[in-house]
Design a binder for this molecule. Structure first.
Ligand code: ZN
Length: 427
């Protein structure tokens, strides 16, 4: 397969300026970049005038629901949703059924991914058996199969002594820990942020301190053991400031992520008990949105991750307290970041490439992908002037529990090419 993309504006992690040029790909390699290239006969030519060429995105926080909850999502449908959104690699969370807590389950999951997914799918492994927070999981066996990230995501690792032991054990093998931060006794039924909105709706809220306490606890454990701790889906201003404070000290290996929904929405959006705004950690306030955006821009957050959490319409149509937590994100993340932030000048494409492509790959020990001569092909073409309507038919996830359902946003993923394969073609 050979392809010439002309007049594309190339985005990179290092510069906000887009360079307009032509790019020639063949046999999975970026062969030449420049104007007036001579290419072999039979080469397909795409005139990308006005469109942006950028490295494939990488999502380090995804719930794919297989094994155990295939009515919500499978590895195959989740991977297709990722491609639809311009994401060319992802990391599964281990809260499946059975939980991904041993070499046996890791082996099965990776085998399904190899057979059914068109992009690389990596998996994390549990810190504790069945995510119960009590006994260490089969860490060594999982490591032998390539697992690097350990997490009990969905819940905090309950017993800090077990987490500390796991840190002491696994760190020397190059593994790291990802923390879902929540004191369950404080979070209660986890419906929504405790504050003006929870009082108005008459539902017991989950205070931000339930999250902030564990952010600090787990960084302290990493500080004490020399482990690398990655803080997942931070939702509060003080949580972000806690991470910033620890990073400024410079004596602990801490990274952190923020999800698009925590940048974009607040508890006010819940309106009339809309379960498409229910997730864990919950949406907090407009002031938190603002602070998290600053944290993303100043690098307190290393990366953007979706926390893609599919649920069936039946589950999400329950009352606000009973409905499960989470929204989908793979199909929508890149377009929504463009619509709300890039198009309005809040940040540039360089931030997107850095925080949603390069840094999540680095977290996983993978090389960053870039649009440079000699590099393997892993790229997307994005049209900033076209619109995307997130209809049920458009989205490839098995579930459509997203606030963006049937909304039209500015931007469109036009082309996804990985290696020798064109995975998506709207060009
Ligand atoms: Zn979580």
């Amino acid at each position: 397969m050979s392809l010439l993309i002309t007049n594309a504006r190339i985005a990179s992690a290092t510069s906000p300026t887009l360079t307009e040029t032509d790019v020639f790909l063949s046999d999975g390699i970026i062969r030449k970049i420049g104007k007036g290239l001579t290419v072999p006969d039979g080469t397909r030519v795409i005139d990308a005038c006005g469109r942006i060429l950028l490295p494939g995105m990488f999502d380090a926080h995804v719930h794919l629901r297989e094994p155990g909850f295939e009515a919500k999502e499978t590895i195959a449908t989740g991977a297709e949703a990722a491609i639809n959104g311009g994401i060319t690699g992802l990391v599964m969370m281990p809260n499946t059924k059975p939980a991904i807590d041993s070499a046996t389950v890791v082996g099965q999951v990776l085998d399904i991914a190899k057979r059914t997914a068109r992009i690389p799918v990596y998996t994390s492994g549990c810190v504790t058996k069945d995510r119960h927070g009590k006994e260490m999981a089969g860490i060594d066996g999982m490591r032998a199969l390539g697992v690097r990230m350990l997490t009990d995501d969905g819940d905090t690792t309950g017993d800090p002594a077990v987490l500390m032991r796991a840190m002491q054990y696994a760190t020397e093998f190059g593994m790291f820990f990802a923390s879902h931060c929540e004191v369950p006794e404080l979070a209660g039924p986890r419906a929504l942020n405790e504050g003006a909105m929870s009082y108005r709706l008459g539902i017991k809220g989950s205070p931000a301190c339930a999250e902030e306490i564990i952010i600090d606890r787990d960084i302290r454990l990493a500080h004490a053991t020399g482990a690398h701790i990655h803080i997942q889906h931070v939702s509060s201003k003080l949580g972000m400031e806690t991470i910033r404070w620890w990073k400024q000290r410079g004596d602990v290996r801490v990274t952190a992520e923020v999800a698009p929904h925590h940048l974009l929405f607040s508890d006010e959006d819940i309106g009339d008990y809309d379960t498409h705004y229910k997730m864990n950690p919950p949406l907090r306030t407009r002031a938190d949105n603002e602070a998290l955006l600053q944290g993303l821009i100043d690098g307190t957050f290393d990366l953007i991750a979706t926390d893609h959490a599919p649920h069936t319409p039946f589950e999400k149509s329950q009352d606000f307290v009973s409905a499960p937590n989470g929204i989908t994100g793979l199909d929508t993340a890149l377009v929504s970041l463009h619509h709300y932030f890039v198009a309005s000048g809040k940040f540039g494409w360089d931030l997107i490439v850095k925080r949603f492509s390069a840094e999540p790959r680095r977290l996983m020990g993978l090389p960053a992908v870039s649009i440079e001569e000699g590099q393997p092909v892993d790229l997307i073409l994005f049209d900033p002037d076209k619109e995307t309507t997130f209809s049920k038919e458009f989205m490839k996830s098995k579930s459509q529990n997203t606030p963006f359902l049937d909304q039209t946003l500015k931007g469109s993923v036009e082309l996804v090419v990985l290696g020798e394969s064109v995975l998506l073609d709207r060009a």
